[in-house]
Design a protein around this ligand. Structure first.
Ligand code: IMP
Ligand code: MG
Length: 175
């Protein structure tokens, strides 16, 4: 896995921008009284920043960071919360903003712990979804793109912490 780098472009900058604008409009329409976005660090930071700039109405933000143990070798749902939220979710319309839903383990865990904090509603927005990889059934109300089982980077997503800065989404492959 050491010599992987971005190869083919899967989703261009342009395509992503158009789709993110559509998602933002849809979320704004669904929450005319305002919405509280909870972004999952670090992967969602680019998606979030484009999303909020296309949203109208009252928008507030918070961040959390999570990491799954021994990714790829366990399906037991062991997720660690590395950074918790600054604000309460009590009575708010909350949308989790995540980069990608892969096995669903991380999102399932986050939805569980956030639901327990008493939001008025809880929905999820993911830029990408890889349904063929799902181990846990999770509900995602807003999905940017459904993709095949390929490892992708760019637009916030990393491989070994690299390539988050790419404006497009690329598949990684041998150099
Ligand atoms: P899950 O718990 O398997 O759904 O994992 C979700 C997390 O794994 C995402 O938030 C990403 O951080 C990471 N991930 C899954 N697939 C990819 C990928 O193709 N590229 C980069 N990160 C990925
Ligand atoms: Mg992530």
């Amino acid at each position: 896995m050491a010599d992987l780098r971005p190869t083919e472009i899967l989703l261009s900058d342009d395509r992503i921008q158009k789709r993110v604008a559509e998602l933002a409009a849809q979320i704004s329409r669904d929450f005319p009284d305002g919405v509280h976005l909870v972004a999952v660090l670090k992967g969602a930071f680019v998606f979030l920043s484009d999303l909020v700039r296309h949203m109208t109405g009252r928008v507030t933000l918070d961040f959390l960071a999570a990491s799954s143990y021994a990714k790829g070798t366990t399906s037991s749902g062991e997720v660690r919360l590395l950074k918790d939220l600054d604000y309460s979710l009590d009575g708010r319309n909350v949308v989790i903003v995540e980069d990608i839903v892969d096995t669903g383990v991380t999102l399932h865990y986050l939805q569980d712990i956030l639901r327990a904090r008493g939001p008025k509603s809880l929905r999820t927005a993911c830029l990408l979804s890889k349904p063929s990889r799902r181990l846990v059934d999770v509900e995602v109300e807003y999905i940017g793109f459904t993709i095949e089982d390929r490892f992708v980077v760019g637009y916030g997503l990393d491989y070994a912490e690299l390539y988050r800065n790419l404006p497009h989404i690329a598949v990684v492959g041998p150099a």
